[in-house]
Design a protein. Structure first.
Length: 293
């Protein structure tokens, strides 16, 4: 074998070893790669689906902790192509807001979305027979998996967990509250619900009465304090519908602080994700969380 052939073979073997090491790293739960500003770091977190690790963004304050945990949960779509194109979520503005107040933050990407892959576990079963209750509980399963894993980390407290979610993620947070998991101190629901904007039509929920009844079912067992933030110009869940959901949840025994805020931009459903939304929701969340750590 010539010297050149040896060099080529050595390079190929080295590249193969690096590739195998990389694949192994991507299959092992925990941190992946270095931290950046606000100690932002990619983590892999076990899900409820075997061999599927949730791509997650973790932020934390300086120091060893332990810090109370915030779990921020993204929305979803019934359309496969939209879920497949979803990037690993971060909710950078909100995450930094919580880190500045001493919280560690995890933002998991649930199974069936983006790079996490795996099966879509949250299917609502269309509109005619929509199962918003079951869909919410499946979302809650993934949230609970993230909580269980992160509260096992040495820099995270086991108590005082705050669960935040938007749209389907907010709905999953309410579903989780119905189980009253140990260690969860509060739930914050931004524009939570399912089945909004059927065929892209504003204010067109596919089964509003089913959504209200599912909210009632969650409220019948939930005893964790919850904050609900909706806007007057939410084209997915209009004020009349969000208020019906909150009233049903409260009437069944759930603890609700319902806040309907003024129109935000050209689409109130995006309040939580918008960088300038913090001026609206920040003071509301601050007051709600006072004394819940």
């Amino acid at each position: 074998m010539t010297r050149q052939s040896v060099k080529i073979l050595t390079y190929v073997l080295f590249a193969l070893a690096v590739g195998i090491a990389s694949l192994h790293a991507q299959s092992v739960p925990g941190p992946q790669g270095p931290e950046s500003e606000y100690r932002r770091q990619l983590w892999l977190i076990p899900s409820t689906e075997r061999n599927v690790l949730m791509r997650s963004t973790v932020f934390r304050p300086a120091g060893a902790g332990p810090f109370p945990l915030v779990v921020i949960n993204h929305g979803s779509s019934q359309r496969l192509e939209q879920r497949a194109d979803q990037s690993v979520p971060a909710f950078e503005t909100m995450a930094r807001w919580f880190v500045a107040r001493g919280y560690a933050v995890v933002v998991p990407q649930r199974p069936g979305h983006g790079e996490t892959g795996g099966s879509y576990l949250e299917d609502q079963n269309g509109c005619d027979e929509a199962d918003f209750h079951g869909s919410g509980l499946r979302t809650a399963d993934s949230i609970a998996a993230a909580i269980d894993y992160m509260t096992g980390q040495p820099f995270v407290r086991k108590t005082g967990v705050v669960v935040v979610g938007v749209s389907a993620g907010g709905w999953g947070a309410l579903a989780l509250a119905s189980r009253n998991p140990r260690g969860v101190a509060a739930v914050i629901n931004f524009a939570g619900g399912r089945g909004g904007r059927v065929n892209g039509q504003a204010g067109n929920n596919c089964a509003p009465n089913r959504l209200v009844e599912a909210a009632r079912a969650f409220g019948s067992s939930a005893r964790i304090p919850s904050l609900w933030i909706y806007t007057e110009n939410d084209s997915y869940f209009a004020p009349a519908l969000s208020k019906r959901m909150a009233d049903a949840y409260r009437g069944a025994g759930g603890r609700v602080d319902y806040q309907l805020v003024l129109p935000f931009g050209d689409e109130g459903h995006r309040l939580m994700q918008a960088s300038d939304g913090v001026a609206v929701w920040g003071p509301i969340v601050e007051r709600f969380l006072a004394g819940k750590r």
